[in-house]
Design a protein around this ligand. Structure first.
Ligand code: C2E
Ligand code: CA
Ligand code: CA
Length: 521
């Protein structure tokens, strides 16, 4: 389960990291496309607007000239009429020539009378105010280049179409003016007629495989600006190069955050927290042997993984980590639940045993666990005398608080031992201060039995001292028959260690006790 959790955290982190690497770049792509599109569209829209302004300015100037001529009432191509037309053509920089039609034929122009016959052309595109446009006029003077004609009454002005689109450009683009229904009037550059009629159909902006275009309309005309798609692609590359570093930074920050969060979640502390919440920890029981009779009279509950494995933290690392991180309280509660349930089975199986629970210094000082312990024992109908408590002197900050908890526990019927006795520097003063029933002589002293180490002299004194204080003694970590023989002869009451058994599961412990206590002696 924990391995599965590790795997799923790693999978999720990898997946997230991949997305964190890819998504910002996708966003950068979309954003740079959007920005390039917007910029090119705005650029073209500005030019389309200026082209429309230019075209309407040209036409309105030409219209003013025509209106003036018509109002002055000229007829007949008199020298004064021709002179007037010449003067107007000269004064107005938007028009190239003025002509006068009579009887359906060109009678005279600003250049003089016309000797050859030029028939009057039908106006192709009406404009407001009685004006009309002729989109393709081919006068001799323009030498094959078509010009446009603007007609009012009998007069007509000719305009070089380039004047309508005479806008200074800052890059490659085509500009043009067309009638509102899409017939081209003037174009500078190359634009397909099909595109012009499409733009007339739907003014605004657009893009196809070759071009990007914007059109705008006003005063009965449509003006447009068209750029090569290459122009857009160039902008796109610029935006992309501008935004990619930001995308990479965002990716790096996201990946860093994901790595940090997954490291946190994979930290030993988090795994332990997960294990506690999912009840991956259980109690195993190390038998406690009465040395005189050789019978098993109880056990010490030691925390174990429900499913052991090489990647599991051993208890001698797990407990200090839990103590550092505050998870120890949850472990105490879990052990209480576990022990109460197992002890009910042990008693139910006919064993007369107690179970000793290790209580951390923290819990011993706060006494927080006692109500939980009592509730659990009540739930399972177990007398308090079947639970012993082991208090380790290591870590006591305020021994007087621990003292109060020990008194409460003893008043409730529990026996209390001092664990690892002899290893803390305050052992002797504690021994007098704490109202305990038992001391557990630490394994390091038991190890010295029969050796010539300096500590080996201490062990008999510890035993004497405990006995003179009327305390019973448990010797921890007994591994050899010679240690057992010494302890028995020294009057030590109880022993625990691999000589008898390591910690066992509840069922195995029940079997062990039955075998040891009920077997032939
Ligand atoms: P401890 O209370 O002194 O427990 C005895 C430790 O010595 C246990 O180690 C036990 O497996 C080991 N041991 C027992 N007999 C022998 C032996 O003959 N030879 C050797 N070499 N070792 C032996 P474990 O289970 O690794 O526990 C280590 C410590 O973790 C315990 O020391 C205790 O301080 C703490 N601990 C274990 N379970 C709990 C728990 O449920 N709550 C709390 N607060 N602490 C616990
Ligand atoms: Ca212990
Ligand atoms: Ca111990």
């Amino acid at each position: 389960m924990i391995a599965r959790r590790r795997r799923s955290i790693l999978y999720a982190a990898t997946l997230l990291a991949l997305s964190a690497a890819i998504l910002p770049l996708i966003c950068v792509s979309l954003l740079s496309r959007e920005r390039a599109h917007k910029a090119e569209r705005a650029h073209l829209a500005q030019y389309a607007g200026w082209t429309l302004e230019r075209a309407t300015l040209t036409l309105s100037n030409a219209q003013a000239t025509l209106k003036q001529l018509e109002q002055e009432g000229w007829v007949g191509c008199s020298p004064a009429h021709i002179a007037r037309m010449r003067q107007l053509a000269f004064d107005n920089r938007f028009i190239d020539q003025v002509g006068y039609f009579n009887d359906g034929k060109l009678a005279c122009t600003s250049w003089g009378t016309v000797s050859h016959s030029v028939p009057e052309q039908a106006p192709e595109h009406p404009l407001p105010g009685g004006f009309a446009l002729q989109l393709q006029v081919n006068p001799l003077v323009s030498q094959g280049h078509p010009v446009i004609g603007l007609v009012l009454g009998d007069h007509r002005v000719l305009i070089n179409p380039q004047r309508l689109v005479d806008v200074l450009r800052d890059g490659e683009m085509a500009l043009g003016v067309a009638t509102a229904d899409g017939r081209p009037i003037a174009i500078s550059g190359h634009v397909d007629n099909s595109l012009i009629s499409a733009m007339a159909h739907h003014t605004g902006s657009g893009m196809d495989d070759r071009n990007m275009f914007v059109s705008t309309s006003g005063a009965g005309l449509m003006a447009f600006a068209v750029s090569d798609r290459e122009e857009f692609e160039r902008r796109l590359r610029r935006e992309w190069l501008l935004l990619v570093p930001t995308g990479l930074i965002v990716s790096a920050i996201l990946i860093g955050t994901i790595a940090w969060v997954s490291r946190q979640r994979l930290s030993p502390e988090n795994e332990l927290d997960f294990a506690i919440r999912h009840r991956k920890l259980i109690a195993h029981y190390q038998p406690l042997i009465e040395l005189q009779s050789g019978r098993c009279i109880g056990a010490e509950a030691l925390v174990r993984w429900r499913r052991p494995g090489p990647d599991r933290m051993p208890p001698d690392l797990l407990i200090p980590l839990a103590e550092r991180t505050g998870l120890i309280e949850a472990i105490t509660d879990l052990m209480i639940e576990c022990v109460a349930e197992d002890l009910a089975r042990m008693l139910g199986a006919g064993l007369d045993v107690h179970v000793a629970i290790n209580i951390s210094a923290n819990d011993m000082e706060s006494g927080r666990f006692l109500p939980n312990l009592h509730a659990a024992l009540q739930r399972w109908g177990i007398p308090a005398s079947h639970i012993w408590l082991e208090a380790t002197e290591r870590g006591f900050i305020k021994p007087e608080l621990a003292c109060a908890t020990i008194e409460r526990a003893r008043a409730a019927g529990h026996a209390v031992s001092i664990d690892d006795f002899g290893t803390g520097y305050s052992s002797l003063s504690l021994l007098e201060a704490l109202p305990v029933d038992t001391i557990k002589i630490d394994k390091s002293f038991v190890d010295t039995i029969g050796r010539s180490a300096a500590t080996s002299v201490v062990t008999p004194h510890l035993i004497d001292m405990a006995h003179s204080l009327n305390l019973t003694i448990v010797a921890e970590g007994v591994e050899s028959p010679s240690q057992e023989a010494y302890l028995r002869s020294a009057g030590v009451e109880f022993a625990q260690g691999w000589l008898y058994s390591p910690a066992l599961s509840a069922e195995k412990f029940i079997e062990y006790c039955h075998q040891l206590n009920d077997g032939p002696n």
